[in-house]
Design a protein. Structure first.
Length: 95
């Protein structure tokens, strides 16, 4: 599972919160680092950045219980949609 799936996983009600609290908020720090790295690479490769930016915001405010859950789900879905669009545009067109 890549970090996009992990983002949605952390948004699961109760379970995601228990994981975050049980690990002393370490997943939020790890996700913040991953989103920053992704943002830098996206900027370097001239790719879409809004998923990474929302991920950074999510990592910073996800300690708020309901807000964190909702933001994790939205961010994960947005990252997956962005990745799907990117994969579709890289497919060669058949004549």
């Amino acid at each position: 599972m890549d970090y996009r799936g992990l983002e949605v996983f952390l948004g699961i009600p109760v379970l995601g919160g228990l994981i975050i609290i049980g690990t002393f908020y370490t997943p939020l720090v790890v996700m913040l680092i991953l989103h920053i790295i992704t943002l830098v690479l996206s900027a370097k490769n001239n790719e879409l950045k809004y998923g990474s930016i929302l991920g950074i915001v999510t990592s910073l405010v996800a300690w708020i219980p309901i807000v964190g859950m909702i933001l994790h789900i939205i961010t994960g879905i947005l990252l997956m949609v962005t990745a799907a669009k990117k994969e579709n545009t890289q497919q060669p067109l058949n004549a």
